[in-house]
Design a protein around this ligand. Structure first.
Ligand code: XMP
Length: 511
């Protein structure tokens, strides 16, 4: 398989470069710029992209380009800082622009060249830089300019080295994907074979090789990542996989049955369902502090999971739904430092004599790739493209102390809201939608008289990364219908409110 290596200089956009390259159909990974050069050689890339970064090439200890990058004889594309570092390296000049430049710029292509093939003579691009190249290195020619950065693109065609000052990986840059594709496919000659079908074949093969005849345990939550791991492992190793599904009484309406139906009944996966509602409810008794509740739910989960797991014999691996953004988040980029096999203590407190090795088959995949793999392996798109659901479940959506009745009321209200969104065709227009149970009482009048009952809050947000979010401007008609249905159908609710708080200052969940 042909691969592109992305050397990470710390730009907030580096992850996007990897995603775009993979969307083009070529596998790519992030490596820290100061990784051991042997790791780069071993990776054997068809081409290298140097990312942007926050530093100035003149700063003390500024990141540089390791020699190995230019020893491999492969094309190199420097983006922003990557371009400046390349310029420094080959004797060009980089100077401070005096002011930072963020936002749109018009780039003019000054010489026909393979990087800008199939793009117009001028294009709107996204700039984000302080320094700029003011003199090109010898052997480089100018290929693009803007009014504020006269050297916005350069090339050494003989060696296939290119540099651009702007960011082709962000969607604001018109034809950015064409530029990346020109580099990856045409200039590097990488074969675009990173397709869902190939990904599945490769994952299955890898799992079979790693696991051999051993047995694997998976905690199945019903969320996307663990669900995809379940179908993948089932395809790869069949009955050698056992899943433990803990029903904590804090799931969405019918969720437990759906998980069993999908995995055990339809797909034939070994799933042990542990009905642990009582245990969770007693663990939550008397707790109203959100963090204490989260802790109690976490601990109880581990207890229940361990108990179920310890009844199983001969398990060698514990599978987890870790995905590439989790890996990048913890390490930034591949650092070349020995990959620390996390002990099972990170997952739970499995008995000491059950020393399990960790199996993380999705750790190289982005979320959208995980979803596509899930669908290719036979999971229903409705499940794979479902809104995220927090680990502690309804436990953090029932404010204050949790009990069974509150959970039941919330489950029903939530289901009405989600059903209405789906029917209106708006479910995928929002990133996350749910109901929250407020344990306060409010007076209402219904057909049969006065009702003194609880309040349900509806929350729907739009967000890209869940770090910031805006409340969704849902149609009044829809909110009206949902509110009527909830109060009519659930006697324990007298009032419905809609949350119009953004994040910040609010969080998405209420606890
Ligand atoms: P907040 O409420 O922090 O949520 O704005 C951001 C995203 O994270 C989810 N979330 C959680 N997920 N365990 C989880 O697995 C948690 O304790 C938790 N708290 C929040 C939330 O649903 C949203 O998607």
């Amino acid at each position: 398989m042909d691969k592109i290596l992305i050397l990470d200089y710390g730009s907030q956009y580096t992850q996007l470069i990897a995603r775009r390259v993979r969307e083009i159909g070529v596998y790519s990974e992030l490596f820290a710029w100061d990784i051991n050069p042997d790791n780069i050689r071993e990776y054997n890339p068809k081409g290298i992209i140097l990312s942007g970064g926050p530093e100035s090439v003149h700063a003390d200890g500024a990141p540089t380009i390791p020699d190995v990058v230019f020893e491999l004889g492969v094309p190199v594309l420097g983006i922003c800082y990557g371009m400046q570092a390349m310029s420094e390296r080959f004797g060009g000049k980089v100077e401070s622009s005096g002011k930072q430049e963020f936002g749109y710029a018009k780039v003019e292509v000054t010489a026909e060249n393979p990087l800008f093939a199939e793009t117009p003579a001028t294009l709107d691009v996204w700039m984000s830089h302080g320094d700029k190249v003011t003199r090109m290195p010898a052997d480089f020619e100018l290929v693009a300019q803007t009014s504020s950065a006269p050297i916005s693109g350069f090339a050494n065609r003989e060696k296939h080295y290119y540099g651009i000052q702007f960011h082709p990986e962000v969607t604001h840059t018109a034809h950015g994907k064409t530029l990346l594709s020109n580099f990856v496919v045409d200039i590097c000659g990488a074969e675009a074979d990173w397709t869902t079908g190939n990904i599945v074949d490769r994952l299955v093969e890898d799992v079979r090789q790693t696991v051999g005849n051993d047995k694997v345990l998976l905690g199945l939550s019903g969320g996307v990542d663990s669900s995809v791991v379940a179908v993948l492992l089932h395809k790869a190793i069949g009955d050698q996989l056992t899943c433990v599904f803990v029903d904590n009484g804090l799931l969405r309406l019918n969720e437990g049955d759906q998980v069993m139906e999908t995995f055990a009944k339809n797909l034939g996966v070994n799933v042990i369902r542990v009905d642990a509602e009582d245990k969770f409810m007693s663990a939550l008794k008397g707790l109203d502090d959100p963090e204490a509740k989260r802790k109690a739910i976490g601990h109880t989960f581990i207890e229940v999971f361990d108990e179920a797991a310890s009844s199983l014999d001969g398990i060698k691996y514990l599978a987890q739904g870790t995905i590439y953004p989790d890996v990048i988040e913890s390490a930034g980029a591949k650092t070349g430092k020995a990959h620390v096999i996390k002990s099972h203590h990170n997952v739970g407190g499995l008995p000491e004599d059950m020393a399990l090795a960790l199996l993380e088959p999705l750790r190289d995949l982005f979320k959208d790739e995980v979803r596509e793999v899930g669908v290719a392996l036979g999971l229903a798109p409705e499940m794979v493209y479902r809104h995220p659901f927090p680990g502690p479940g309804l436990g953090v959506r029932i404010l204050g102390e949790v009990n069974r009745d509150f959970a039941e009321t919330l489950r029903r209200a939530d289901a009405i809201f989600i059903e209405a969104l789906v029917e209106a065709g708006l479910y995928h227009d929002v990133s996350q939608a749910f109901a929250v149970f407020l344990p306060v009482k409010s007076v209402g009048v219904t057909g049969d008289g006065r009702r003194y009952a609880h309040v349900i809050a509806l929350r729907a947000v739009k967000t890209i990364d869940f770090m910031t979010a805006e409340w969704a401007r849902l149609p009044y008609e829809l909110l009206d219908e949902v509110s009527r249905r909830i109060v009519n159908e659930i006697s324990d609710v007298s009032r419905v409110v809609y949350d119009i708080t953004g994040k910040p200052p609010g969080t998405i969940e209420w606890e």
